[in-house]
Write a protein that binds this ligand. Structure first.
Ligand code: SF4
Length: 423
């Protein structure tokens, strides 16, 4: 039992390369008290479900000081069939139902999304303000670039880079413009499933009305939400790809050619929503058999979501194809990657926790000897850049699309000062 309750705190033993980078969970690393771990939150869920504890300020704070990174789930499922991440999400859903969640800052951004379709409270009609004049949209295109709120309003350099790469490859594409709404990810992660479903339906109604074949995302959060969470509530038929998958295909088919040398040493951070959490649930049509109160078994056993089917090779393939670039790995990678610290509304509700987590990841990146840190998510981008700034690390940060752009011989956009906060 002691071993079981510890497993969620460490990456699986066979994956550990050093004591310094052996841990899995930012929450327990920083708060160092069992309720802040995956195992601790399972116990809290059980206590709340059975009415042995009531919603309280203390409970809310513990439950929401978790980035829902899923690392505890991967470690736990290495040896058994518990689903810690799903239980943590249900715990938040229950707290919201009982009026004990979410955090006030998260409630603010949910209200903003309800009002103006994005959690940043930015004018909906300015969603496309980032689009450069040289980019032509094709209303009949079968490929749709779903930009997402964070790239539309906070990390526009990522949206510009994605659009310019599509243009360079000659891919006709469209953007939903004022018909694009928040994907709902930052809302779902707080446990407000009712509001989340509203956004899911708005987006799917629009996309399905346009005869789209493929939707691509440069935001790992939007991608994971469409790919993994939407089908749990409503099926759709179009293909969803992250831009790293799409661009890797374009490189393989010769539509994109990386020609310019970029003589830097790069390490890559796997975003949780592109890595372990981007693995779809497998269909399961079995029976849940109750053995005794709160103890049940699945017959036949439910397939485990282990994180090993996340998107790991496409970003690495891309980096390895950039001439002159040297690629080095951190110790915790792929499904065992350490979280950047920004997920599940933590950046807005607990910015200090987010920053402390980012600094741990930055140190791991620095220890590789790399001079540049790269990732593929606007939330990771913001929080890791904050971590670099705060720790004074000697690292540059790029989104992977910016490196592709540079290696195509094009310059990434030099943006005027933009608001940095993300939800
Ligand atoms: S989801 Fe991540 S932060 Fe939350 S308990 Fe699990 S490992 Fe810790």
């Amino acid at each position: 039992m002691a071993l079981l309750s510890e497993k969620c705190k460490w990456i699986p033993q066979v994956q550990i390369k050093s004591q310094k980078y052996a841990t899995a969970c930012p929450s327990i690393d920083i708060y160092n008290y069992h309720p802040y771990s995956g195992g601790g939150r399972i116990i809290l869920a059980l206590l709340l479900e059975t009415g042995r504890i009531e919603p309280s300020e203390e409970l809310r704070e513990i439950v929401y000081k978790c980035t829902e990174c899923g690392s505890c789930a991967v470690s736990c499922k290495f040896l058994n069939t518990l689903e810690p991440l799903e239980i943590i999400m249900k715990l938040r859903e229950k707290l919201v139902e009982l009026g004990g969640g979410p955090m006030p800052k998260q409630q603010e951004y949910i209200e903003a999304a309800n009002k103006v379709n994005n959690p940043y409270n930015e004018p909906h009609e300015k969603r496309l303000a980032w689009l450069p004049k040289d980019i032509r949209l094709d209303p009949d295109a079968k490929v749709l670039y779903f930009v997402g709120c964070t790239s539309s309003y906070r990390r526009q350099e990522m949206a510009i880079a994605a659009a310019r790469i599509l243009k360079a490859a000659g891919i006709p594409f469209n953007i939903l413009q004022d018909e694009e709404f928040c994907c709902g990810s930052p809302i779902l992660r707080t446990g407000d499933v009712k509001t989340f479903k509203k956004f899911l339906n708005k987006n799917l109604d629009v996309i399905e009305s346009k005869g789209i074949d493929t939707v691509i995302f440069s935001c790992a959060g939007c991608y994971d939400t469409f790919k993994v969470d939407y089908p749990l509530y409503r099926e759709y038929t179009f293909r969803v790809l992250h831009t790293v998958e799409f661009f890797d295909e374009l490189l393989d088919t010769g539509k994109l050619k990386l020609i310019k040398e970029i003589p830097i040493t790069v390490t890559y951070h796997d975003p949780c929503h592109l890595g372990r959490n981007a693995e779809r649930y497998k269909d399961w049509d079995g029976d849940i058999v109750n053995l005794m109160p709160l103890v049940s078994i699945n017959i036949p056993p439910k397939p485990k979501r282990t994180g090993s089917n996340g998107i790991y090779e496409p970003p690495r393939n891309i980096l390895k194809k950039i001439p002159g670039l040297k690629f080095v790995e951190m110790e915790r990678i792929k499904e065992y990657a350490y979280c950047c610290g920004a997920g599940a509304g933590v950046k807005s509700a607990f910015p200090e926790f987010a920053l402390q987590t980012a600094k741990i990841r930055i140190e791991e990146a620095e220890d590789t000897g790399a001079d540049t840190l790269v990732s593929a998510c606007p939330f990771c981008s913001t929080n890791l850049q904050d971590g670099i700034e705060e720790s004074g690390a000697n690292l540059k940060y790029y989104d992977i699309s910016e490196l592709i752009l540079m290696s195509l011989g094009l310059e990434p956009e030099k943006l005027k000062e933009i608001t940095k906060e993300v939800v």
